[in-house]
Design a protein around this ligand. Sequence first.
Ligand code: ZN
Ligand code: ZN
Length: 412
Amino acid sequence: MEGLKAILVICDGMADRPVPALGNRTPLEAANNVNMSTLALRGECGLMDPIAPGIRAGSDTSHLAILGFDPFTTYTGRGPFEAAGIGMDVKQGDVAFRCNFSTVDDNMVILDRRAGRIETGTDQLAATVNGMQIEDVTVYFKESVAHRGALVLRGPGLGADISDVDPHEVGQKIHVAHAIDPNDAASAKTARIVNEFVRRSYEALKDHPVNKAREAEGKMAANIILPRGGGVAPSLGSFEEKYHLKPAAVVETGLIAGIACYLGMDIIEVPGATGGLDSDIAAMGNAIIKALDDHNFVLCNIKGGDIGGHDGDAQAKVTFIENIDRVIGMLMDKIDEQTYIVLTADHATPVAIKDHSGDPVPIAIYGPGVRVDSVQSFDERSVVGGGLLRIRGIDVMNILTNLMNVQEKFGA
Ligand code: ZN
Ligand code: ZN
């Protein structure tokens, strides 16, 4: 595509706290990340609070914020994004859930929450429950990877504030869902539909040939579907209409793909992009460059750093950051002088706490017209004092669309 373009590289969970085993350096400080530092040297840097100072962000809420959607007003749970991420049509007002295929006995007592980690045949099981009608609600169900799936309820007057049917424990009877607030008629209706769906899923699946074959092999039957994490699908509108940019997404996880899909971005599938520490992220880099042929905005999420953080493995994180650094070097080599790179993280995942923290993350913007500052390295402490100072995730797209001259003027 002609004109100014931008690549937004969000390294999942890359930021961290000082690690004693790394000489009180963070993994970013310990890593040999010469290309990221070249980008910082030639760009404008700062710290970013993905949501607000000290707020511990999920990947979904952080990506919404960085893409310019206030998660405090738009986020309704991950269900709608999980469903969109596996290609389901999710419309405003639908209620969507993540689901597990599980195994229960005749008394609805959980034998295995993951149905023996079923790998095949779930598409056939899904087909038997997809499209059913309960009251005036149409039920859509689609399988995802392994024992997972997603449920979308479409009909008038649905809420999503309901209790869980999944007892989250083997040996427990499944729960009856109810509205959290007894005066919430919309959620009460959804609870009724969900309870009926769960009951009918058992009726439809218990004698299904896929399960008969599994039982003959001594495997757990996937004989019930348990929804959880429901949310009313929010109205976010299209990214393209909001920013006048043609967007693509090169991402690894279903959740982030779901957000991208929900915002109308073209999803670029990359073989070998596993979302793990073994992911072929060089292939993702090539896919980004190719996507710029017919898009002028590419969102990229690289997952591995977050996994190192959740595993508490500082060295794995350092090594993975060095892999990302090679991709950043390749991007800088291949883009033209009309293309921006924004490099940041969606949150810190400190190896010391093995979960997301509310610490700010480094950000660098490289491209035409940026006010190059004195920052020379890309890590949590070196970017302090850069020209961006300390921004919030929700500021990123404003700063970028201003640089790209595609933003409408506020006022006369
Ligand atoms: Zn994340
Ligand atoms: Zn994480």
